[in-house]
Design a protein around this ligand. Sequence first.
Ligand SMILES: *[C@@H]1O[C@H](CO)[C@@H](O)[C@H](O)[C@H]1NC(C)=O
Ligand SMILES: *[C@@H]1O[C@H](CO)[C@@H](O)[C@H](O)[C@H]1NC(C)=O
Ligand SMILES: *[C@@H]1O[C@H](CO)[C@@H](O)[C@H](O)[C@H]1NC(C)=O
Ligand SMILES: *[C@@H]1O[C@H](CO)[C@@H](O)[C@H](O)[C@H]1NC(C)=O
Length: 637
Amino acid sequence: MKIFAFSSLCFFFFFTLSLHRVLSVNHSSSPPRGWNSYDSFCWTISEEEFLQNANLVSQRLHVHGYEYVVVDYLWYRRKVKGAYPDSLGFDVIDEWGRMVPDPGRWPSASGGRGFTEIANKVHSMGLKFGIHVMRGISTQAVNANTPIFDVTTGKAYVENGRQWYAKDIGLTERKCAWMSHGFMSVDTTLGAGKAFLRSLYQQYADWSVDFVKNDCVFGDDLDVNEIRYVSQVLRGLDRPILYSLSPGTSVTPTMAKDIHHLVNMYRITGDDWDTWGDVASHFDVTRDFATANMIGAEGLLGNSWPDLDMLPLGWLTDPGSNDGPHRYGKLYPNEQRTQMTLWSMAKSPLMFGGDMRRLDEFTLHLITNPTLLEINSFSSNNMEFPYITAGLQSRNQGQSWQSITLTDDSAPETHFMGLTSCMDSKAEGWFIKALDEEIEQVCWKESLRSKNHEPFCLYKRKALLESDEKMTYKQQYKGNLRLLGTEAMEFCLDASPKRKLTSKEFKRGSFSPCRLDSNQMWELNNNGTLVNSYSGLCATINTEKATAVPGGIRSWIATGRKGEIFVAFFNLNPARTVISTMLSDLAKALPSENLSDDSCTAREVWSGEDIGVITQSITMAVEVHGCALFVLNCTSH
Ligand SMILES: *[C@@H]1O[C@H](CO)[C@@H](O)[C@H](O)[C@H]1NC(C)=O
Ligand SMILES: *[C@@H]1O[C@H](CO)[C@@H](O)[C@H](O)[C@H]1NC(C)=O
Ligand SMILES: *[C@@H]1O[C@H](CO)[C@@H](O)[C@H](O)[C@H]1NC(C)=O
Ligand SMILES: *[C@@H]1O[C@H](CO)[C@@H](O)[C@H](O)[C@H]1NC(C)=O
């Protein structure tokens, strides 16, 4: 197997860097806005497709403030058979272990030019250019043990009289949990670890990159050391590079307080896709970040913004796919308005994810709605507003959303597979079940309370792959099992200690194409434990109540730069709901100078309806999963 591909100009590099003057450049004080390739192309985008999209962004969205065009992950991966998001060995890296755009997909990058030509083209369109990068160093560079480039000397990094290599800095025990074959952290306590990160970000600056989305350093994969050091490098560069962190699974405001001043935006949720559950799950965490005053807090050379993720609207692909755009988003129009309204009221960065080449009129109008964009850029005092009631306004006065949130006690249970010590009795309970002479299953003892009360079973993989013929592997993995999720499935169960087998993470790679990888090798012990060759840990099944999709009603409030007040009502219930608030309650949330409590004039944005003068309360029937957005003028005359 070819371990890594050198770019043809790998012996050529620039070292003008140490001469650069450090300019003090500030980032804009509004949430960044732009387009990102992930929702429509996953990792597969080509130069041509990217430039087509960028060109359309410049023609149709730039005037609305969409400014950054961002290439999402794995631009260095060759698009060939066998390559997929967590594959190993398909990446183009240079002699210093740095990722280089795959010249097969990015022809202008050949000859060691990197993204320079693309960035220049994007700049000539009036836009800014962004790239996604993973944490630390690639496993491929560590396996190849590439030397480390020192940007200050333009040569290999030397310290204490010796050269340093990838194996010196790669922390193999700190792999990226959601891409465990691809990348690992580097040791930032070593001069060589710092030099490596510096060589990456200096190169991005040399390519004229304006935005980096740094993945697998935040949330479940938090690496504050890397974030801190990268931020320091970016601060010292001669061009402003916006710093974005992703993803944000399990993030809390407390966690974000360690990093908000080092970055410009950071995800506060896992990936958002086009399901109602994904939209609804953003309300609680967004409220918590607003309450903690994190919206527009101090950031790297400017402000930092809690990021609710890209907008998967329009023409899309699927999560973790090897294919480009091929389907329309599944959210209903009301649900899309709710998403756009929450993202705007919470001042999230707005990164459109649909393929620009098939942008429909509905989506275009949604993402360019002038009131929403005004709120997103310029509103203040943004927060969840608790003083709303459901039902007839004359009853239940003062009832707040907490007491009417629907709690669903009948929420189904989910089962997820976890890993535990093999000495743990919770690991005992696996047995072999023969379906017929051909097919055997490995099953878990308890019948789980699923629909059909069947035990949870995995399928033993029958035939060996062609590539399995290698004798060494046969010896090494003798007696090991590989386990499939379904009989027909060509994906094998991976063991990753941090992953739960929920539908979402399933897509993130708990199963991946079957290969001879110790991560996929399992052995059934006599006492009913199922041990994984990679980690030496044993599989167990845990049962959890599925998190119900939040229901109830919600409201957000903000003030505009002309003194107007924005009030949004959201109906998360599966039924049309009348939502009200008293005008006198607005003063409980907002500075009172522009409020008169007797009357306001109001306009509703989505219907375009001019409501005229309202007194005492605002009331509106809101459709299933829909929202209402009022612009109020309550200035006392
Ligand atoms: C950038 O912001 C800092 C802090 O707010 C300020 O001191 C500095 O003058 C600003 N620089 C520019 C170029 O605007
Ligand atoms: C089951 O057997 C394995 C292998 O002999 C052993 O390592 C493990 O501790 C045992 N586990 C329990 C719970 O008895
Ligand atoms: C609000 O109403 C007052 C009085 O009619 C008017 O002067 C002001 O311009 C209005 N403000 C906005 C933001 O429309
Ligand atoms: C009140 O309204 C004026 C304009 O009418 C505006 O300049 C000011 O910022 C508003 N104050 C608040 C707290 O929104």
